[in-house]
Design a protein around this ligand. Structure first.
Ligand code: GTP
Ligand code: SPV
Ligand code: MN
Length: 585
């Protein structure tokens, strides 16, 4: 039971605002899960899938205007506009509370208000953070149950006077003109109104564990990042790697990688697939924990070929959102099998035929599954200290320019490379797909304060980490002139990880180029892989003119930060220009 007086008072206050018929504190028991599931099935909020083939699995369809994060409707509400910076949408907190408070007023009349205490991180760990989410949606309760350690375990963990994140959610009318995802970092508060889509409503995830946590990390000397965490085991030794890729750019897949048969000797274990909290350990290394308890993964493209661990994870106790419902009451999505089912019910609830030319599952359809069901889950998953990180990877979807992999020169250069990351947009956020945009550290949508200050925080952290991870950039998505991927990706990405960990040990061959160390032609193990010399040459190539053009793009991007841009980034641009100028290729 929650005894924290501030928490009890806040719940009373929010109940007075939303005026629910009933208030229910969530305890996290199996009995409760079953009861809420039954209600949600009864009301049609959830659909019970084939319990023989998919035990404990449910399907949910969101409103058609509510299928991804809505960055335009996401705000950082700091007292000073400059503290939100030029990238974030900003609203004055007073105005925000007043405007959206009007929407919350009476919004739960006739409904039950669920109160979910939850932990981001491991119970009892000094690094964990506690939140309380108020919601009127059973879908949210059942997802939070998978994604976080919640209920009594969290209520008991919350100290009597401890701070916690106040998270208020109401589905509202699901009208985009009345949809707001508001963050008040100075008040440790999140308000989400008018949506029922994961990233907008599972408030422990992007809202707390990234936007609010990044702000807390700035003030408490740690970092909250959009990164997977994996362990790479060889000869009984495990090396841990974090990787920041933008939404729907391969984090879940890399975190669960299975080595190709032709390249044995390694085993990958999964610590996290989306979010990482990083702190400096007493040994001077950077240590990472995954604050989450489940995976909210992209369904399309997930198959026994591309990601068998994910397929095995979602066999039971999984909530599917916006996928195709098959005739045998199971689920399907594009890319799951080579052959599509002939027909089914699509993500909009309409009859679907495989010849229709329409997608059966939404491109951002997702699965919510318990992390501990993953066959590759790391033995360190519940370790409150986390794991020590040897390498940090940045990467995005770049059809051109960025080579398969390169190593940066040092932490400052690596921070600059992370900050200049760009990637093609994906269906994970509402808006145009496939447009290259800058996405620093894959955190463009997730930094809860001024991005220029975030860059400085990275540089400052580097000065404090005695044993710094090496920083690399990867790109699995480079294409040939006909638009085909040059690199097979997925399991074969292990070949690149192999080079990376050899570099961390001072091994592995590389050539120094103006952008960093690029593997020599023979440095990436290619045994058993059908790839031409020409393709490998293209994958590892660095074209001077393209990079000079890229430099102009970087400068344009950085200009918006004015004098707030760390001087180190001005230096890095100058140095890169000099190196490119002096290069004879
Ligand atoms: P979020 O959950 O949105 O943060 O995404 P994520 O970064 O975890 O992305 P995920 O691993 O779910 O991959 C997104 C899409 O990219 C899926 O459709 C994958 O099949 C595809 N993908 C992942 N890895 C690779 C790769 O190495 N090569 C290619 N070509 N596609 C990949
Ligand atoms: C992402 O968009 O990066 C996700 C999914 O991981 S969501 O939780 O919707 O943000
Ligand atoms: Mn993500």
């Amino acid at each position: 039971m929650v005894r924290n007086k501030k928490a009890l008072a806040w719940v009373d206050e929010m109940a007075a605002l939303c005026q629910p018929d009933k208030i229910e504190w969530i305890n996290g028991t199996e009995e409760e899960r079953q009861r809420l599931t039954d209600i949600a099935i009864e009301t049609g909020e959830m659909h019970l899938l084939n319990q023989d083939k998919l035990p404990g699995c449910l399907l949910h369809r969101t409103a058609q205007n509510d299928v991804a994060r809505t960055e335009k409707l996401t705000f950082i509400c700091t007292r000073e506009e400059k503290d939100a910076g030029p990238i974030n949408n900003w609203m004055d907190p007073k105005e925000a509370y007043a405007k959206v408070g009007e929407m919350f007023k009476g919004s739960m009349k006739g409904k039950t208000m669920y109160v979910i205490p939850f932990i981001m991180g491991v119970p009892g760990s000094p690094f964990r953070k506690i939140g309380i989410e108020i919601t009127d949606s059973i879908y949210v309760v059942l997802n939070m149950r998978i994604m976080t350690r919640m209920g009594d375990i969290a209520a008991d963990d919350l100290g009597d006077d401890e701070e916690f994140t106040k998270c208020l959610h109401c589905r509202g009318e699901l009208d985009i003109n009345r949809r707001f995802i508001l963050h008040f970092p100075e008040d440790n508060t999140i308000w989400s109104y008018g949506s029922g889509y994961g990233g907008n409503v599972l408030l422990g995830k992007k809202c707390l564990a990234l936007r609010i946590a990044s702000y807390l990390g700035l003030h408490e000397d740690w970092m909250a990042e959009h990164m997977l965490i994996l362990g790479l085991e060889k000869d009984g030794e495990t090396t841990y790697i974090c990787a920041a890729f933008p939404s729907a750019c391969g984090k879940t897949n890399l975190a669960m990688l299975i080595p190709p048969d032709a390249f044995p000797g390694y085993k990958v274990t999964t610590v996290g697939d989306d979010i990482s909290w990083l702190r400096i350990g007493p040994d001077g290394r950077l240590w990472a924990i995954n604050p989450e308890y489940g995976f909210f993964g992209v369904a399309p493209g997930t198959s026994y070929k591309t990601n068998p661990n994910a397929m095995d994870t979602v066999k039971k106790n999984t909530i599917f959102t916006n996928v195709l419902l098959t005739n045998d009451n199971c689920v399907w999505w594009e890319g799951m099998t080579e052959e599509a089912p002939k027909e089914g019910i699509d993500w909009t609830g309409k009859h679907w035929h495989s010849d229709s030319g329409e997608k059966g599952a939404h491109p951002n359809s997702r699965f919510t599954a318990p992390a501990e069901q993953c066959p590759s889950i790391s033995p360190e998953f519940n370790n409150p200290k986390g794991v020590p990180i040897s390498a940090i990877l940045f990467g995005g979807r770049r059809a051109k320019l960025a080579p398969l992999v390169y190593e940066t020169f040092n932490w400052q250069h690596g921070t600059f490379v992370g900050a200049t990351m760009a990637s093609e947009t994906t269906a994970a956020a509402t808006g145009q797909v496939g447009v290259v945009r800058r996405d620093p550290m894959a955190m463009r949508p997730f930094v809860g304060y001024n991005m220029a200050t975030y860059f400085k925080h990275w540089l400052d952290m580097g000065k404090k980490i005695a044993h710094k991870p090496k920083i690399f950039h990867v790109n699995w998505f480079r294409q040939d002139a006909d638009g085909h991927f040059l690199w097979p990706g997925y399991g074969d990405n292990l070949r690149v990880l192999d080079w990376i960990i050899r570099r961390c040990k001072g091994e592995g061959d590389a050539v120094e180029t103006p952008i960093g160390y690029v593997p020599t032609k023979d440095a990436i193990p290619l045994q058993g892989l059908d790839i031409t010399d020409e393709a490998m040459g293209e994958l590892l190539s660095v074209h001077r003119d393209d990079w000079l053009e890229e430099l102009d793009g970087m400068k344009n991007y950085f200009d918006q930060f004015g004098n707030d841009l760390p001087y180190e980034f001005v230096e890095e641009q100058q140095e890169l220009r000099k190196r490119l100028g002096a290069w004879d290729k």
